[in-house]
Design a protein around this ligand. Structure first.
Ligand code: ZN
Length: 190
């Protein structure tokens, strides 16, 4: 009966417009339980605030729910009370984050239909992209989680070249370390 009831940051109980369930993108995802108009503030990505040292420790432990506020602080969204913890990445997302006074809000970038998965772009740095495969199924998905500003480049070939160069660097590093056969990674990536 109360499964869609959540507390907002004021401690007031309200009806959630998101529901966590299995996603074709990855694991569990957040789905709209009703129509969400463009521009609507959907949920706070909430959790304890971490300083840089705590952030690095959490990342070392494999915490995948860290959201950077700036270069000094982050939000640890791994807590169960964070309704946005199951938000999946998409290279063509329907939501974007908005950081206001140290709080992360998730807003609809376009109309979202009832039952549609709610997604954001995780906006990872390009470095290490080959460790972040993407199955978002959007038309512009390069097969890896790539930040909005990279995907928005007017010249997609340039992005592809940069990705190739980066994976070649990884190959040469690995080759030096483990003597892996050359081009193995390139073939599997592209
Ligand atoms: Zn993608």
């Amino acid at each position: 009966m109360f499964k869609n009831m959540v507390m907002n940051s004021m401690g007031i109980q309200k009806k959630s417009i998101l529901q966590a369930k299995k996603s074709v993108i990855h694991g569990l995802g957040c789905f709209a339980v009703q129509f969400i108009p463009k521009g609507q503030r959907i949920v706070e990505y909430s959790g304890p605030r971490l300083n840089l040292e705590q952030t690095l420790k959490a990342l070392e432990k494999g915490n995948e729910y860290i959201f950077d506020l700036d270069s000094h602080y982050s939000v640890d969204g791994s807590v169960m009370s964070n309704e946005g913890r199951y938000l999946n990445h998409s290279c063509d997302p329907n939501c974007e984050s908005d950081i206001i006074s140290g709080k992360v809000w998730i807003d609809a970038m376009r109309d979202i239909h009832k039952g549609e998965e709610v997604t954001i772009n995780y906006n990872h740095e390009l470095e290490g992209f080959s460790n972040r495969p993407c199955q978002c199924r959007s038309k512009n998905c390069p097969g890896f989680m790539i930040a909005n500003h990279q995907l928005g480049l007017k010249n997609p070939q340039k992005l592809l070249r940069t990705m190739m160069e980066m994976s070649n660097e990884i190959i040469s590093q690995k080759k030096n370390k483990n003597d892996l056969p050359p081009n193995k990674l390139t073939t599997s990536l592209f």
